[in-house]
Ligand binder design. Structure first.
Ligand code: N2P
Length: 376
């Protein structure tokens, strides 16, 4: 089973790499489907009517906020957003029984965990006709083949954002793990407040698998993370890009789109992925199992709306992440589609890997991460 998972991941990486080599600006061969967002009762559930207000549980700054108003104008459904900063934070909340979230946005490996734990509802695709707009490769993702539970929302990479006028281009994780008290960056650096991402950084630097379950390797990674703490201004997954843009910090570990947004504010910001390898991710729109039928219908209507090609293109352009929506490409400008910080070159993607569920080792990661966070 595990081998099948690895094989499927490898195929997805190859597919993404092939796409990066291709002609992303070319018009899609098939006609985009632009169905109005449906807010109709699901087949077989004659009594349910879409809820008039729902909560979207999303990463911070991960949607064009104007889209909520447009969705409400089209469907009458009002969306309130609640935010999380890591998959683990969102997962813990849903595992703890939190209800009332109509849509949430887990990354690949967390979708697998949530399906396994029964935390997600199966999508009724009759309510999501725009699902046909997805690029083929995103319909066969290994963590949810056939999009039974989730619809891919955005994909991206994890790397370094830095002020290119003050910092030499960092191409190695050594900028975090070989802190030098005499360097300009010392004390002006943040790392993601995210156990799997920060462990992946340390594991990649050590030359280990970023999904290792080997306790000795994880302990070594923990020691390295503690050592790196000496030069950190803090762990931050929400405002790190703004702190580099404002000049308060000079370097941050973070996600590509966030730094690209910050470049609009400060053109000196640059983004790179590390030589030793790192993380590529797909984030997904999913409906928690705890929703009522009414919330689920409204959640499916929102997912359908976000899959509209023009909406998906505007959303991607606003948050600067790559869209898995093939039909959206014709609405994206050429300079967006050819930006290698958004669509990495094949040789860059080759070095990146997906995080995967680590099974029982999850508790080791959590314990060691707590030790990193509390170390002085
Ligand atoms: C946006 C967060 C991106 C999500 N602020 C990374 N999985």
């Amino acid at each position: 089973m595990r081998r099948v998972y690895f094989l499927a991941l490898a195929l997805l990486i190859i597919a993404l790499a092939a796409a990066a080599c291709g002609q992303p600006a070319a018009a899609p061969a098939e006609q985009p489907t632009t169905e109005p967002a449906a807010a109709q009762p699901a087949a077989g559930d004659e009594s349910a009517e879409a809820a008039k207000e729902i909560v979207m549980y999303n990463w911070t700054e991960y949607i064009d906020p104007d889209l909520y108003g447009e969705f409400e104008a089209a469907t009458g459904i009002h969306v309130v957003e609640d935010n999380f900063s890591s998959n683990e934070e969102m997962l813990a909340k849903l595992q703890g029984g939190a209800a009332g979230y109509a849509v949430t946005v887990p990354s690949d490996y967390t979708v697998a965990i949530m399906i396994e734990e029964g935390l997600l509802a199966k999508l009724d695709k009759a309510n999501i006709p725009n699902i046909t707009n997805l690029a083929e490769r995103f319909t066969q993702v290994p963590y949810d083949s056939g999009n039974e539970y989730c619809v891919p929302y955005m994909w991206g990479t994890t790397g370094f954002g830095y002020d290119s006028t003050k910092v030499d281009p960092p191409d190695s994780w050594s900028v975090f793990f070989e802190p030098d008290p005499n360097s300009d960056i010392y004390g002006r650096v943040t790392m993601l407040d995210d156990p799997r991402e920060s462990f992946a950084a340390a594991l990649a630097y050590l030359g280990y698998d970023i999904n290792t379950t080997d306790e000795a390797q994880l302990n070594e990674a923990k020691d390295l993370l503690v050592k790196a703490k000496a030069q950190l201004a803090g762990y931050d997954s929400d405002t790190y890009e703004d702190l580099v843009a404002s000049g308060e910090n000079l370097l941050a570990h973070g996600w590509n789109g966030d730094f690209l947004v910050a470049m609009d504010e400060n053109e000196n910001i640059a983004y790179v992925t590390p030589e030793e390898g790192g993380v590529v991710f797909v984030d997904n729109l999913c409906i928690p199992a705890s929703t009522t039928p009414e919330q689920k219908l409204a959640g499916e209507a929102l997912i359908n709306f976000l899959l509209d090609p023009e909406v998906a293109a505007r959303n991607s352009e606003y948050i600067y992440y790559a869209s898995p929506n093939k039909a959206a490409e014709e609405f994206l400008p050429e300079d967006f589609l050819s930006d290698t910080s958004i669509y990495p070159l094949a040789e860059v993607l080759d070095k990146l890997q997906y995080l995967e569920p680590v099974g029982e080792a999850e508790s080791i990661y959590q314990r060691l991460w707590d030790e990193v966070k509390s170390a002085q």
